[in-house]
Unconditional design. Structure first.
Length: 200
């Protein structure tokens, strides 16, 4: 399989994390992209494993130098994906999986689109949106977690509606109604892209 840059997005509760974890377990040639953040380390987290932990000044320096594929500020902390480690992995024949939101995916898509035709990252780019079967099914899944208040649930559902409205920006969409079926579809998309070098 030729190395791919796999970008996956989904609303919270659509099952993306489960699909990503399984893909990484079944395909050792796919590595997970580790993001940078300015937030402090929590609990058992390790620098370089969970995140690359950067000071705000260092994050700003790298951003100004154009070293990020995508970046965002969430709850006052900055997050981003460095281009260097992704480039290095692809050069070594390793595929890279990025699990990011639709805005981050749009930034990566724009970045990749500006690269020259023969570039590894452009040749292997594939973006996938994981959809819930319906808004009602998504709400039921989120309620099943028992983690959110009614207000928090409404915020998540509003966010999900905004993300689903941008699903057509992605070259592939998979409806996660049954996990096994969705995973089979995901594998088919990845293996087809690995043969023909993505969709660009």
């Amino acid at each position: 399989m030729r190395p791919l840059l796999i970008v996956m997005s989904a609303p919270s509760g659509a099952g993306k994390t489960t699909l990503c974890d399984r893909l990484l377990r079944d395909y050792p040639e796919i590595s997970y992209s580790v993001s940078c953040t300015t937030r402090p380390l929590r609990g058992e987290e390790e620098d370089g494993v969970d995140y690359f932990f950067l000071s705000p000044a260092e994050f700003a320096r790298r951003l100004a130098a154009g070293l990020f594929l995508e970046h965002a500020t969430v709850h006052g902390n900055r997050y981003g994906t460095l281009r260097g480690p992704v480039d290095d992995a692809l050069a070594e024949g390793q595929s890279v999986l990025m699990d990011i939101d639709v805005e981050g995916a749009a930034q990566v898509r724009a970045f990749v689109g500006r690269l020259p035709e023969g570039n590894r990252m452009r040749a292997g780019f594939v973006d996938i949106f994981i959809r819930p079967p319906s808004a009602a099914a998504l709400r039921a899944r989120l309620e099943g977690r028992g983690e959110d208040s009614e207000e928090a649930m409404d915020v998540r559902m509003n966010n999900a509606a905004g993300e689903i409205a941008r699903a057509d920006e992605f070259s592939r969409q998979i409806v996660n109604d049954h996990l096994e079926t969705a995973y089979r579809e995901l594998v088919e998309v990845i293996e087809a892209a690995g043969k023909d070098g993505g969709h660009r």
